[in-house]
Design a protein around this ligand. Structure first.
Ligand code: ARG
Ligand code: ZN
Length: 844
């Protein structure tokens, strides 16, 4: 049943062009296709197979003559001429019955599609693979006032519209939308003078939530011209907001479809974090027009080719228009929380996997976020100029093609003359390397010795050494930098680097900017970390020093039940009151590591983590921070107030972030007085939600929670926040029952992925609640995944990852988790998606 990278063969036919007619109907949409094929000169394989699933074939013809093809659950075969021919089919599908949200479906009465990775085969018979690229012409017939597809509009009349996309594309980039929509419209003129119509299409109620997304889109278009020389290539660019969507958004050619949570924004209903995320996702999908659409993937094993590169590009964009250090630190926090966790558990897989059962299960933190880290490392290794030259070559050489990681690396090899065969291991080998560091000081020479080791991962017991770019700086004990950031290129399993001619033994700042996605292991004392937190010139490592202190402190507190030590609290206090530091940076430095990170760290150090003890340690630390900084809190709270009307810019958002952190400490001391006042006075969602969250975290917010619920009852996206917050702030022993109770709320809707994730994603993210000793967290999530699977396998499978850490815990918890997983696996007619995920989690 698995598909293997090594089995790749090209398709026997090329598609010259495709004509599709849609006669829309909720129960019985007709899809009429006319596809011109010709034999592929690059292969002698003439087997003719078209993918097709859950389609009712009405008629099929070859060169006009009716045929009777052989049809299986997976597709269609028939005899074809050994020459160019035209295949025609008419099929019937039922969008209203499509709850999996893959293929053509209805969301709130609006037709929309999601075809990546393999959803086009649920629309019509077609070679649904990314290396088959063709030019699409689409006619949509239906009474819906707005009817959209890819490319440029060519004609329309009463009840119909036609679209033509001149750029050859794979079927996964096909899209269709039809409904009662309104546009927020604008225009953009490209560098070479092309006038492009821009639209964000939404339901009429949401028209006031499009302005920010539109500005973000224009910023992204301009940035891609300046940073990568990439211009838009059609006369129109459409974005559509959809309420029911399995992922964040999709880069369909000229017609991006977004989860409404990733595009709609207004000060009243969206937080600063929402704004930043929306800006990044709009940019990400737009950037795919070149990295993904014009140059696409040969097969789905190459997914990181487009996703890693596009995530890297959207991170560059955010760094350029906001704060680069804050973006880097936030990205590393997320990388460690999601990707390191994945890489160190049963779901570990290479950035380029070599086999899969269901490709939708591989849209992972490893493919996306680690994939982006690999692009970043390449850039670090070859330098900025060579990176720019390589990307130019990549676009020139591969425009219009479906390519591989080998093609990508070859470009860098050709441009730089470097041999990247060792670097390629980053793509093929799973697991997070451990980088152990020791140092020596003798006769004015300081020596750093590194040893790398990557633990075994499923199917990969042994790992060869990788090339690791290690950015290092050295500081004098008085705080001066004696060696500015220098790149060490480690290629051996063990390697030393000497720094001669120093007057005093320096303090090393290693892995600056997080120059490689590795776990740095260095036996060091807290005074060195406190020194780096105070003096490091590299903002990432400055933050990292504080994080390491906090992590070790929380580990010790969880193990011993003890208190935070005063030196640590003093160091945090110094950061908090240092007005020369960006407020956003201070907020990041003061926020302790997540409880799940502490559990992983304890596990790595050979302990069995106790989620309840970690929860209590985190609470104690908060209490002690609040006490140690009590005299600063009111002053800072006032100082971080942002005057004037709400603006989501980075500076204002950073102040609100620090103010929110201060408020959480203050709420531990003033019985909720300040938070209540903020909740009542807030004129934006960031401050309203922060205040509510601070209160709920202390079990003080019942009234405010009710008020919030009543105020926002009719706004789906805000209600998602309310559902999530309610679960997130439940006591550990109440979290599972609380989630189950919310699932009985009249506004819970199992068919809406955002709502399901709000409740059960929050349960999975509540470390002490999900891993509660009673086993209720596991059992409750299993109950609901079993219910969701027949409705929406993709979202079910994705959420199974909540269980990936189960082997970290004690045997009683493991028994509960195993029972829950086995119960899922034993479910009748469990989807292929969920079966694959649960089997991998159980087996490894
Ligand atoms: N390509 C989209 C993006 O990263 C994600 C779509 C994933 N869809 C899926 N069914 N796995 O922007
Ligand atoms: Zn993407």
């Amino acid at each position: 049943q698995p598909v293997f990278l090594s089995d790749y063969t090209p398709f026997g036919y090329l598609v010259e062009d495709v004509h599709l007619t849609f006669r829309l109907d909720p129960q019985a949409t007709r899809v009429i296709s006319r596809i011109r094929f010709r034999p592929n000169p690059d292969t002698t394989d003439r087997g003719f197979f078209l993918h097709g699933e859950q389609l009712r074939l009405v008629t099929a013809r070859i060169d006009g003559a009716t045929i009777t093809p052989r049809i299986t659950e997976r597709g269609l075969t028939c005899d074809v001429p050994d020459a160019p021919f035209t295949f025609q089919a008419e099929v019937e599908i039922a969008p209203a019955a499509n709850t999996a949200l893959e293929g053509l479906y209805l969301s709130n009465g609006m037709y929309c599609t999601q075809c990546e990775a393999e959803g086009f085969r649920k629309i019509t018979f077609y070679p649904d693979r990314p290396d088959v690229m063709s030019v699409f012409t689409v006619r949509i017939e239906g009474s819906e006032p707005v009817k959209l597809s890819n490319g440029n509009p060519t004609a329309q009349g009463d009840g119909w519209a036609e679209w033509h996309d001149p750029w050859p594309k794979p079927a996964y980039l096909f899209a269709l939308v039809a409904g009662d929509l309104v546009a927020h419209a604008d225009r953009f003129t490209t560098a070479s003078g092309r006038d492009v119509a821009l639209n964000i299409w939404v339901r009429p109620d949401d028209q006031g939530k499009c302005a920010f997304g539109m500005e973000a889109l224009k910023r992204a278009m301009l940035w891609d011209e300046k940073a990568y020389g990439r211009e838009y290539d059609l006369d129109i660019f459409n974005i559509v907001a959809v309420d029911d969507f399995n992922m964040g958004a999709m880069e369909n050619k000229g017609l991006n479809i977004f989860n409404s949570s990733c595009v709609l924004a207004s000060p009243d209903t969206s937080t600063d974090a929402n704004y930043e995320r929306i800006e990044a996702i709009i940019a990400h999908e737009y950037f795919h027009n070149w990295t993904g659409n014009r140059i696409t993937c040969r097969d789905w094993f190459q997914l990181c080719l487009k996703e890693g590169l596009t995530v890297f590009r959207d991170a560059q964009f955010t760094s350029d228009i906001r704060s680069a250090p804050v973006k880097r630190i936030s990205d590393v926090i997320a990388l460690r929380a999601r990707q390191f966790r994945e890489d160190n558990g049963p779901l570990a897989h290479p950035v380029r996997p070599s086999s899969f059962v269901e490709i939708n299960n591989f849209y992972t933190a490893t493919v996306y976020e680690k994939g982006a880290e690999l692009v970043g490392m390449l850039k670090t290794l070859v330098g900025d100029d060579a990176y720019a030259a390589a990307l130019d070559t990549y676009f020139d050489r591969h425009d219009g093609q479906a390519v591989t990681i080998e093609d990508w690396l070859k470009v860098f090899e050709d441009v730089t003359g470097r041999d990247l065969s060792q670097f390629k291991r980053w793509y093929t080998d799973a697991g997070t390397p451990r980088l152990r560091v020791s140092d020596a000081w003798q006769d004015g020479t300081y020596t750093l010795t590194f040893r790398q080791m990557t633990p075994p991962t499923p199917g990969q017991p042994d790992k060869a050494p990788r090339v690791i770019p290690i950015a290092v700086g050295l500081l004098n004990p008085n705080g001066d930098e004696v060696l500015p950031t220098t790149l060490l290129e480690m290629t051996e399993a063990e390697q030393s680097f000497a720094f001669p001619g120093l007057a005093t033994k320096p303090v090393p700042s290693i892995l600056r900017g997080f120059s490689a996605p590795v776990i740095l292991e260095r036996a060091t004392d807290n005074s060195e970390r406190a020194f780096l937190l105070a003096h490091d010139t590299d903002p990432f490592n400055k933050w990292e020093a504080g994080r390491a202190l906090g992590r070790d402190m929380l580990m010790r507190m969880a193990l011993t039940g003890g208190d935070a030590d005063a030196a640590y609290l003093d160091a945090l206090r110094a950061v908090l009151r240092d007005d020369s530091l960006d407020p956003a940076f201070r907020a990041l430095a003061l926020r302790p590591p997540a409880q799940d990170d502490i559990a992983q760290a304890l596990h790595d150090a050979g302990h069995t983590p106790d989620p309840q003890a970690i929860y209590q340690a985190a609470d104690r630390l908060g209490q002690q921070m609040a006490g140690h900084m009590a005299d600063l809190l009111q002053g800072l709270y006032q100082a971080m107030a942002v005057p004037g009307p709400y603006s989501p810019d980075a500076e204002a958002a950073g102040k609100r972030d620090l103010q929110g952190l201060v408020l959480s400490l203050l709420t531990r001391r003033d019985g909720g007085q300040t938070a209540r006042a903020q909740f009542a006075a807030a004129d934006n969602m960031t401050q309203q939600l922060t205040a509510l969250s601070c209160l709920m975290a202390r079990q003080l917010g019942q009234q405010e929670s009710q008020a919030f619920h009543d105020q926002w009852r009719h706004d789906r996206l805000v209600m998602d926040k309310w559902f999530a917050l309610t679960v997130a702030h439940a006591r550990p022993e109440d979290a599972a029952a609380g989630a189950a109770e919310l699932a009985a709320h009249p506004d819970f809707n199992i068919r809406n992925p955002n709502r399901f994730r709000a409740v059960f994603g929050a349960l999975a993210g509540h470390a002490a609640g999900f891993h509660h000793a009673s086993g209720q967290g596991y059992a409750t999530l299993a109950d609901w995944l079993i219910r969701l699977d027949p409705i929406n396998p993709q979202t079910t499978a994705r959420m199974c990852a909540a269980f990936e850490t189960w082997r970290r815990y004690d045997s009683a918890r493991q028994a509960h988790a195993r029972a829950a997983l086995q119960r899922i696996l034993a479910t009748d007619t469990l989807s292929r998606d969920t079966t694959e995920m649960v089997s991998r989690i159980l087996d490894a």
